[in-house]
Design a protein around this ligand. Structure first.
Ligand code: C2E
Ligand code: MG
Ligand code: MG
Ligand code: MG
Length: 279
């Protein structure tokens, strides 16, 4: 153990923890340079309507390609970016890049769909986030209706009164809003009706359990009924099998996203996938 500043307070380290924290420090330093060194990439994953069979959306998912660490998962580096405040420039880079890509697809005449961008809880607390979004759309000349912003249930519910204000602002810009990882947080129904949202995304932890866990199936069924009563769209995440798909279709789920259709891929690869899918 090592002794910390104040009397009688000790922190215990095992070698594994120490190793992890060294990696975290190294990563945080490397992350500071990731933007300027152009190591960040966006991958794209399609969302398919179960009523029309058409691609209705594409979610942008960030990747970090580092020469030593390899391809780092956002699950690992987004928390570091949030702690260090780097999420603000990184988040803005994601918005700029995704908006430009969508504009490019629109100009190419690739089927109308929305581009979905994940926002961190830290970005939501940024005072002028709605203004930033408005300005970026204007600069790229992309109509707001093509942009969807995803915020997690936990982020939205952490400061619900603030979220209500922000969602009102974003709604009046014309962008749509999806609540991500729905079912894993603690939503209050009262707030849910006060949020100007368009979509709930059923968390993949429930979808993964279709066919094996009745509780998960019951939860999915209830979320779908809830979205229907509230006049919202539903997207199920993590759809990997025919069984998942059939269950979701039978329950009336509107949209699906998952490896069954496509893994997240770089822009050129998703363009090829889209051409092939549309054929
Ligand atoms: P999310 O927004 O809920 O994204 C869904 C995650 O599920 C993605 O992981 C996606 O690759 C993965 N996924 C999609 N279909 C399947 C499937 O069929 N099976 C399985 N097992 N997984 C599937 P990814 O790309 O690693 O992203 C993880 C999380 O990192 C995201 O969860 C999101 O919360 C966060 N994230 C990703 N990109 C960004 C970003 O640009 N900004 C912020 N703030 N967070 C991001
Ligand atoms: Mg998401
Ligand atoms: Mg999710
Ligand atoms: Mg998630």
């Amino acid at each position: 153990y090592c002794k910390q500043g104040s009397r009688n307070s000790y922190r215990f380290f095992n070698p594994e923890m120490q190793l992890r924290s060294v990696r975290q420090v190294q990563m945080e330093n490397a992350l500071r340079k990731a933007l300027e060194r152009e190591q960040l990439r966006l991958f794209y994953q399609p969302q398919i309507s179960l009523t029309t069979g058409k691609v209705v959306g594409i979610e942008a998912l960030i990747r970090w390609q580092h020469p030593e660490f390899g391809l780092v998962s956002p699950m690992e580096f987004i928390p570091l970016a949030e702690e260090s405040g780097l999420i603000l420039p990184i988040g803005e880079w994601v918005l700029v890049t995704a908006i430009q890509q969508m504009k490019n697809w629109l100009d190419q005449g690739i089927a109308p769909m929305t581009i979905a961008v994940n926002l961190s809880a830290v970005q939501l607390r940024e005072k002028n986030i709605a203004q930033i979004v408005r300005q970026l759309l204007e600069e790229a000349n992309l109509p707001a209706e093509y942009l969807e912003l995803e915020l997690t249930e936990t982020a939205a519910m952490s400061e619900p009164e603030k979220a209500i204000e922000l969602l009102d602002e974003l709604h009046s810009l014309g962008v749509s809003i999806a609540i991500d990882d729905f079912g894993t947080g603690y939503s209050s129904f009262a707030y849910l009706t006060r949020f100007k949202i368009n979509k709930l995304k059923i968390d993949q932890s429930f979808v993964r359990r279709i066919g094996t866990h009745t509780e998960a199936e019951v939860i999915i069924d209830s979320i779908i009924s809830l979205t229907q009563s509230l006049n919202l769209k539903t997207v199920a995440e993590g759809v990997e099998t025919e069984e998942h798909l059939n269950f979701l279709r039978e329950k009336g789920c509107g949209e699906v996203q998952g490896y069954y259709f496509s893994k997240p891929k770089p822009a050129e690869e998703i363009e090829n996938w889209l051409r092939e899918y549309i054929k």
